[in-house]
Design a protein around this ligand. Sequence first.
Ligand code: ZN
Length: 904
Amino acid sequence: MMKLLRCQWLRVVCFLWSFSILAEEPFSFEKTPGKLPKTVVPRHYELALKPDLESMSFTGSEVIEIEVLEPVSEVVLNSHNLTIATAHSRSEANGTAASTPRRPDSQAVVPLSSSVRWEEMSLSMDVTNQCVRLRSATALVPGLHYLRLNFSGKISTSPVGMFLIKYKSPSGPKKMIATQFEATDARQVFPCFDEPAFRATFSLTVEVPLGITPVSNMPVARSVISAQASKKVSFLKTPSMPTYLLVLVVGELDYIAGRAGGIDTRVWFTEGKRQQALYALKNSERLLAYYQKYFGVAFPLPKLDHIALPGGFGGAMEHWGAITYNESTVLFDPAVNSQDNKERSFAIMAHEMAHQWFGNLVTMAWWDNLWLNEGFASWMGTKATDFLNPSWNHWLRVDTGKVGLMVLDAQKSTHPIQRPVMSESQIGDSFDGITYQKGMFFIRMLEDYLGEQKFQQGLQSYMKRHAFGNTTTSDLWIELAKSSQQPVTQFAAGWTEQPGLPVILASSTDVGREQVIVLRQERFTLLDPKADPLRWKIPATVAVAGSKGVLAKVLLEDAPITLKLGVGDQAIKLNAGSRGYYRTAYDKPMFERLRRSWTKFPESDQVNFLSDAWAMVETERLRVSDYLDLIPALRKGTSLAVWEQALGSLGTIDALLEGHQFQSHYRRRILSLLQPVLAEIGVQTKAGESPQQELLRAHLIGLLGAFGSPEILAEARRRFAVYLNDPSSLTGALRPTMLRIVGQYASNTDYAKLLGLARAAVLEEESGMLLSALAGASQLDLAGQTLALSLAGDFSPIQSARLVSAISATGRHAPLAWDFMKQHHRELMQLLGGPFINMYAGTTVAGFSDEIHATEYVEFIKANYPPDALAKAEEAADRIRYKAHLKRLISSSIQRWIEPLQTR
Ligand SMILES: [Zn+2]
């Protein structure tokens, strides 16, 4: 093995000789990619909208102040699914309006109608490019001009552009409206320069019925009663920003208000949810104070709203000054919800609030740098969550996500963090694990490498230098290089501009009583034998069992590094604290030492060791049975994150053993291993225990229940019966866990009861939890009923679409879910609309683990969808192939591990 590696190494060095990474340039408006010509730029939009829920449409008018940079005969704007009735232009010279003041806090002075002469422009739609070309009789000369347009559009039922939300409330069914423009859907609501480098200010006016509240990015400037039973509400002018950050929410809304760091902050909600909003308000105040200090720049708007939407879209969106959330991601009821809900709510708020600076105040120039927004907000949000809630060990729990992420990044279909994107579909595809999680883990490693303080100093300079502007990744590296005096660009380019990740091959030789460690790197791949043999600059760290902290730090590049650490025969581990984004594969002597003493390392290293051991299974350096032999050492362990890491792999193995002759044996052995652990913690919640203990109990019960423990199943049924009469009897982490177990083993009667509860639920979180229980039903006919629910319109579009993915994910009924998808893909895609349909399609085959379905899925997408959909289809197919590969490994090795039980 060692010889082979050396040969490969020489070959790689030759290859690298001719390989170089081209780092990108700092932001330049002219060089920023995009479809719109750079000859005309918007300065200000005076925008008026009037939605009408009866006709599911809206009308609008706008005056856009533009600056013409060189003579043009046409102006190109984005417009999609809009009907533009009229378009006129006027130059500053023939109008009375002065140049619009540029100060972000000032009011616009451009009148919506004027007696001055407007020239009619001809319209030509470019449907393919989602553009409209406006031509005037005479060329527009350089300088300020105004465009005036009247238009109308449709209110969507899926969460793109301006969309409808239907929801249940204590006083009956209700409707409301919200907008979602990221990435390219502002153009579905008003003609605009819909690319992020075209920043402008916005003054929005909306006409709504009396009694209905509109909320937007800025505070209300004035509200005037207009026609019968309606009012015109105008908002203050926004600072300069991209179109995708504009928002409008219109509904029967209530709020609670607070204040932090001189900023008003409110949480908006629909009827009856005041109690669940209190937690978010407190978090907003804490996070505002934290971020103002961290970024060294005051929050740039006069207020920050958080709006809990009862349905609509699935996540949260960082609209400047008015963040929207699916209410299930932000509302929290301490009497009912679990620690997981609590942490998720905090972390999502922390992510979206980080964007208020990183993304909104300073915006990526183009979508190829989406990671600058998302990787950074993910890192910053996790850092803030961890710092403000030290008892949660939040980074540790987030770290367990590396297993799935690194599988994604190790396969053929992966892509660099930064990559060229042009089409709307490619932009949507970029909102993935590589952009968010890999971006986050890379930044964490970079911060660790440069030093926390220097990193913060660099960030603060970056914020100040580029406030209200656009940047590329290069602009950030420039500031970080200044503050750290390190060659950041050269270090980072390998991580952001190359696909994939490295594995450090660690080997040891005993010389006398000392170990000599040799570290070398290669690319970590799964099922991709022809992958380019790339190299990275890896900030490798070394730790020793039983002692805290980092024993050695080295920058591992092309050449192997030899270390003599003077620690005798103690176990040595790489990636101390799990700060690095890389895998480590240990040779036999090192692994043997670690196997005996891995639980003596800090929790972060235990999580990392288990994760790396699993990766050694994936790459056939370790047998599944050897991995499973590590688990008994955890029996006395109480670390939630370490258990989460372990239980995750136990669940994966079980799912891949579905239908296998040894599945029941495997389950029995796991039950015998975990039952004593649960007995130690106790099945019932104890007064005064930590939330982590409560979660660990729920996880153990969840796995034991899923694996068929008769005691747990009986307990779940008992708790469910009580719950039906008294919902307050089942709360916290046990609530979703017990309901999931009831769902899995549901009889027709149980199923009907769960469905009744889901239909009656007022909160998205509650209906989501119950639907998830229904989707786990083992009975084939019940799975069929759940699939039918996805098109019945009883639940929000996002919840409905997710049912198909959830049924597939169980693996049990993957073929049923896939058949349903093939039959109804158009209706299912319509539920979601927007940029995420390529990713959604892949989730409907997530339960497969065989090559045939991987191929079939790609062929289906090729036959039914545009070529742009193929990249995400290949990714989903790779995931299936990975599971097929893992299934083979498990099947060939599991017998050895279960044999002790069989012979008993
Ligand atoms: Zn984000």
